[in-house]
Design a protein around this ligand. Structure first.
Ligand code: ZN
Length: 429
């Protein structure tokens, strides 16, 4: 449903520009760097106490026992909920509060929240404190818009997204915070550009392949068995069989950039043989072990178990064809792909709001890498989840990261219209 006082609502978001800037700056000035997971409590309190004053019921949840949760670096999360005037769906905005390390190469203070040329600079400004601030402004403006709101609005600030989300969304999802009947629609304001609606992400499988050999003197390699050469055979087989097959695979996922519309396989590292000694040379021995760590990204059409079976089949083939070939394959990390159907209300309502505010159709996209949608989908069993927010994805994690203030305003408008439509049963479906 269209907001009956839409023009006034949008004007009121324009009028909150200074508030939006100040909130973004306040968030950026808290250096909630992960690892180690610092200052989460400061971040969630800034958010929670602001929303409590607006009538939200605020719950702080510490992810006790989650990876990295210690007395020095407790994994604090916040969920704020405000009931409407009558029962109805719940629209939830989820943002991660953690940021990656500032790193080198900044021309401004990475935690200064500097405003310049219509932008706010700082680590996390784009990924994703700008999006968090925009969602707060959107929700506050909607509450002040003088119309009766059914259902419930929720805003959460969660930790550890940059390290997998186990002390954040995953922890909350395991405890029912991201499931029906509590929540119906989730919008994650990750920086995916203000005119795009991100409906999902590819999956991930990190694994380790180890080849084994037999040590011998380097002058008589025929007395040993070289594990690095065995690994060379693995790479050759990947080049011959795997890479061409990956390049051929089509998908219904609108992944951006387009190069990621096939499955990808990156060889992250290879280590074999003895370490170099003080003189820069290794000992003259035949290496008896070699390890490769790879990063395989999966499309929605792929089954992770089949992908693993194929890799194992390739290695078993080498065991058959190559004398002395022995290997071990170990799983390190995995995330299944996730994609919300394009006709779900959370997608159509947000896309329609983008069209109204931006004056052009929204692009539906998928992310090449993962974000917290995986936990909402797999653990919360909630399909109705998207990422939508201001900021240019390419700037995330870079020096001189910034978010454009006009983009934050535009995305706050989109979020307010989408939330209203969803609360009042809009977005069809
Ligand atoms: Zn992010």
């Amino acid at each position: 449903m269209t907001h009956p006082r839409e023009d006034a609502l949008l004007a009121s978001i324009d009028g909150r520009r200074d508030d939006l800037v100040a909130l973004t700056q306040a968030l950026v000035r808290i250096p909630s760097v992960n690892p180690p997971g610092a200052y989460y409590r400061d971040c969630v309190e800034l958010l929670g106490e602001r929303l409590r004053k607006r009538g939200f019921e605020v719950t702080y949840v510490r992810a006790e026992g989650a990876p990295g949760d210690t007395e020095a670096y407790p994994r604090w999360n916040v969920v704020a909920r405000r009931e409407g005037s009558r029962p109805g769906p719940c629209v939830h905005f989820n943002s991660h509060i953690d940021v990656v390390d500032a790193g080198e190469g900044w021309s401004v203070d990475p935690f200064g929240g500097v405003e310049r040329d219509g932008r706010i600079y700082g680590r996390g400004s784009c990924d994703m404190k700008g999006g968090l601030a925009a969602s707060v402004i959107a929700v506050e403006a909607l509450l002040d818009s003088g119309v009766d709101l059914p259902g419930a609005l929720e805003i959460s600030g969660t930790g550890d997204e940059e390290s997998g989300g186990y002390g954040g969304v995953a922890y909350l999802a395991e405890r029912g915070w991201f499931s029906k009947p509590r929540v119906d629609h989730v919008i994650i304001p990750e920086p995916l550009n203000v005119d795009r609606v991100c409906i999902g992400h590819r999956g991930v499988w990190w694994g380790e392949i180890a080849t084994e050999g037999r040590q011998a003197h380097g002058s008589m390699p025929f007395l040993g068995d070289n594990a690095v050469r065995h690994m060379g055979a693995v790479i050759e087989a990947l080049e011959r069989e795997t890479y061409p097959a990956l390049a051929d695979q089509a998908t219904s996922m609108p992944v951006v950039p387009e190069g990621a519309r096939t499955p990808t396989l990156n060889i992250n590292s290879i280590h074999g043989g003895q370490a170099e000694l003080a003189d820069g040379l290794p000992a003259p021995v035949v290496p008896d072990s070699c390890r490769m760590i790879f990063d395989r990204r999966l499309l929605i059409e792929e089954d992770l178990d089949e992908v693993k079976a194929k890799m194992r089949g390739l290695l078993d083939g080498l065991t058959q064809s190559r004398p002395g070939f022995r290997y071990r394959l170990r799983d390190l990390f995995e995330v299944r792909p996730s994609m919300t159907e394009p006709d779900r209300p959370v997608v159509t309502a947000t896309a329609e709001a983008v069209r109204r505010i931006m004056g052009r159709p929204a692009k539906l996209v998928c992310s090449p890498g993962t974000y917290d949608q995986k936990h909402v989908d797999r653990i919360g069993r909630l399909r109705d989840c998207i990422a939508y927010g201001p900021g240019i994805l390419d700037l995330a994690h870079q020096p001189d990261e910034y978010v454009d203030i006009d983009d934050m305003i535009a995305s706050a408008k989109v979020m307010a219209l989408a939330a209203y439509a969803l609360l009042t049963g809009g977005g069809a479906g």
